[in-house]
Design a protein around this ligand. Structure first.
Ligand code: NAP
Length: 296
């Protein structure tokens, strides 16, 4: 299946963190990859999206486009709904009409965080903020409009993208050069995901002919933003830098966030036989292999 599947892959949102990680993995498989920019293919424009996909006739569509700024989503709600819910509906509808499989990405923020164990693919949505609500709507649209879909639910991505948004690792490293000390939230626990690992796991799903459906994909282990920041500083040889753990309530934020939103990857492990490595191992590789220019 993998060969037919990957003949002509359209990646929407290819400049983002996931999009950039997918390109080299797909190239290894000699896939023809089509990566239109946001200016060429805007998923909130149904006519443009339909024309483009009809013209290109991809064998697989990967929708990695999203409005991922959780704080801005609270203020720019219409934009969040358009890109995270309406856009995926448009793309899924076109894919269904063309019988083209679709990969779409989701987030742990579709959950409220009240569960005390990792969330599975079967758990019900209960988002706390606009971003999570719009993403949950996008998931529902995709799963109702087409049968041939993989919804990949992931959380707290780190990795190199070309889009304007910097990941947490880059933001921490930048912040310590400009601020005397940092306060970082220590009571929101979740899983972290290295985008390069995620791209490899997605290919593994294709290679094992995994059934369509939802799959949670993230690195092993869970921790807070504070503990993750501590590990970044340790790996950069900057453990002496002062960071202070704080509670969510002490951090000014428009968006409510789940306090616990770890994802269980058991379904993926059963299907592929792959056990994701720990976030510490993945973070070490990311930090050690990225040059200073990559961060700028
Ligand atoms: N980042 C995380 O921590 C995280 C966590 C869980 C799940 N996810 C999910 O993973 C997926 C990928 O996230 P990411 O972090 O890789 O995203 P990202 O780095 O923020 O990149 C988003 C991409 O979407 C494009 N885009 C935005 N609006 C568009 C539109 N209307 N039409 C076409 N393209 C558009 C952007 O292009 P421009 O830059 O040119 O606008 C960019 O290429 C999303 O579904 C996200 O919800 C992310």
């Amino acid at each position: 299946m993998v060969n037919n599947f990957l003949q002509r892959v359209l990646i929407i949102g290819s400049s983002g963190t996931i999009g950039q990680a997918l390109i080299p993995e797909l190239k290894k498989l000699n896939a023809e990859i089509i990566t239109p920019g946001h200016n060429i293919l805007d998923i909130t424009n149904p006519y443009q999206t339909k024309d483009y996909i009809h013209q290109v006739r991809p064998s697989l569509v990967i929708n990695a486009a999203a409005f991922t700024d959780v704080e801005k989503s609270e203020k720019e709600q219409l934009k969040a709904w358009k890109i995270n819910a309406y856009g995926p509906l448009i793309v899924a509808k076109i894919c269904a009409e063309q019988q083209t499989p679709l990969v779409h990405f989701s987030t742990d923020f579709v959950f409220s965080g009240e569960k005390k164990q990792p969330y599975t693919e079967e758990d019900r949505f209960n988002p706390l903020n606009v971003y999570g609500t719009t993403k949950a709507a996008g998931d529902l649209f995709v799963s109702h409009v087409t049968d041939q879909y993989y919804i990949i639910r992931t959380s707290r991505l780190f990795g190199m993208g070309k889009s304007r948004r910097k990941d947490f690792v880059q933001r921490i490293i930048e912040a310590i050069t400009s601020q005397p000390y940092l306060k970082i939230v220590d009571d929101q626990v979740a899983c972290y995901t290295y985008s390069n690992d995620l791209a490899k796991w997605l290919i593994a799903l294709f290679k094992t002919n995994a059934r369509y459906g939802i799959y949670n994909l993230c690195n092993k282990g869970e921790c807070s933003w504070y503990k993750f920041a501590r590990e970044i500083l340790k790996l950069k040889g900057l453990s002496f830098y002062k960071i202070k753990p704080i509670k969510t309530a002490e951090w000014p934020s428009l968006a409510k966030r789940p306090l616990y939103s770890s994802l269980s990857t058991k379904k993926f492990e059963l299907v592929t036989g792959i056990k994701p490595r720990t976030w510490q191992e993945a973070l070490k590789e990311y930090i050690c292999c990225s040059s200073q220019e990559d961060y700028n």
